[in-house]
Design a protein around this ligand. Structure first.
Ligand SMILES: C[S@@+](CC[C@H](N)C(=O)[O-])C[C@H]1O[C@@H](n2cnc3c(N)ncnc32)[C@H](O)[C@@H]1O
Length: 302
């Protein structure tokens, strides 16, 4: 067994390594993480020990975590809807509350707002502002959909491709500019977790987010709703008749997101999950599309 003392960690922290982590390893790493303020220190320590190839890899991971790097960026994956989603440095870490977006979209795809029966077919789903691609990937894992994901950030696009392709396509560009024109009027469901933190409030966020997630993944403009307004305003030409737009928002910003939907002619409904503190605004386009309806074949992708 090798003993490695990590110099920049507190002196009482000694990392012991062998091929199999021991309970002493677990308690050493746990105490280092707890000392750095990690709330779930023991769970995190177990995940880090499980991922470590050798002593220096372990020491490096502990040091980065103690310095505030998000655990998911260190491990290279985040758990989301029971899946392991690849997360690269600089890519937004999918949050548990965003699982509500997946749940609501899955329910709509299965039953529709009014409890319609499912019929066969592959509805087009777009995960706009996809980041790691977690939302679209989780939806595609539980519903048979024709999935597109898009993000403005090339780092996020590269990361999402690892998860979403080949089952779906990941495109790069500013909101709807990323999408092939052949999707106009054909999208059954847009799932959108866009940036919605008011610019001036980013400085109050935990250091993990503020310092390790690029501000363009968080910054929603002066009141946080700039992207929500742009999405609601632009979605009309892309939705199939009766298609749905689902946007994650915060409890405090719900009224503003609802107003953006109304201004764009989408009748909103609000879904809230107290347990995971999640809010999603759902809007439905007028017309006859029903979940499972067979949509025309894709002919003119660009
Ligand atoms: C809050 S993160 C959410 C990522 C992912 N949807 C999730 O839930 O994990 C917002 C994402 O929106 C992307 N984004 C910001 N502005 C955008 C724009 N104008 N067009 C497309 N993507 C944008 C960012 O790059 C970032 O990946």
């Amino acid at each position: 067994m090798t003993i490695v003392i990590v110099s920049s960690l507190p002196p009482e922290v000694v990392l012991l390594t062998s091929h199999r982590p021991t309970s002493t390893d677990l308690s050493s790493v746990t105490s280092a993480l707890r000392g750095a303020g990690c709330v779930f220190a023991e769970d995190e320590a177990a995940a880090i020990l499980d991922a470590a190839h050798d002593a220096s890899h372990l020491a490096d991971m502990v040091e980065r975590r103690v310095a505030g790097t998000p655990l998911e960026q260190i491990l290279g994956w985040a758990e989301f809807c029971g899946m392991r989603i690849a997360v690269a440095p600089g890519v937004f870490v999918p949050r548990r509350r965003t699982e509500l977006l997946v749940r609501e979209a899955a329910a709509i795809l299965q039953h529709g707002d009014s409890g319609d029966r499912v019929s066969p077919g592959r509805p087009v789903v777009v995960d706009l502002c996809c980041g790691s691609g977690a939302v679209g990937a989780a939806l595609a894992a539980c519903r048979d959909v024709d999935l597109y994901a898009a993000d403005i950030d090339p780092v996020a696009v590269r990361c999402a491709r690892r998860t979403v392709q080949p089952a779906g396509r990941v495109l790069e560009g500013d909101l709807f500019d990323a999408l092939p024109v052949s999707l106009r009027g054909r999208v059954a469901v847009f799932v959108v977790n866009a940036p919605y933190v008011p610019t001036d409030e980013i400085r109050f966020m935990p250091a993990e987010a503020r310092e390790h997630e690029p501000h363009r993944t968080l910054d929603g403009g002066p009141d946080g709703l700039d992207v929500h307004r742009r999405v609601a305003h632009g979605v009309g030409g892309w939705l199939a008749p009766g298609g749905h737009l689902l946007v994650e928002t915060s409890g405090r910003q719900t009224t503003g997101t609802v107003e953006a939907f109304r201004a764009a002619g989408l009748e909103p409904r609000v879904v809230h999950d107290e347990e995971i503190d999640a809010t999603v605004v759902v809007g439905r386009a007028d017309g006859g599309w029903r979940p499972g309806a067979v949509l025309p074949a894709l002919t003119e992708d660009r």
